[in-house]
Write a new protein. Structure first.
Length: 127
């Protein structure tokens, strides 16, 4: 969890700002997942801090926001020629891939209860 949180800080994912009555700050929570090796043993424990978008308020602070993910059809289009030409396929993983995008909407999120900024305990995160 600490590694993931440090990656959020390093990527300037948010700015800690004073709370204001002019905006609503949505909550956040940690989601955990175990990644396994091919033999079934545990490889790593992963944690991700997610904004609780379901707590946004209708006409007040809601607009459609999403993270683009690849469709399986696109993968098939890329993999098919490699199979036909007997090419090797290599895999890579982009660490913290979702942190590399930019958002056009202003979203305010509560600080993580586990990592509340000690100098600004009543501030929120401007994403």
């Amino acid at each position: 969890m600490t590694t993931e949180f440090n990656a959020l800080i390093k990527n300037n994912t948010w700015t800690v700002v004073p709370r204001s009555p002019n905006f609503y700050a949505i909550g956040c929570k940690w989601v955990f997942k175990l990644k396994h090796k091919p033999d079934g043993t545990i490889d790593i424990h992963k944690g991700r801090l997610v904004a609780k978008g379901s707590s946004q308020q209708g006409a007040f602070d809601f607009s459609e926001t999403f993270s683009l993910v690849v469709k399986i059809t696109s993968i098939h289009i890329l993999v098919s020629p490699t199979i036909n030409l007997n090419w090797c396929i290599h895999q890579l993983d982009v660490l913290n891939a979702f942190l590399h995008g930019d958002m056009s909407e202003l979203i305010y999120m509560e600080q993580s209860p586990s990592f509340n900024h000690p100098s600004f305990p009543n501030h929120v995160c401007k994403l």
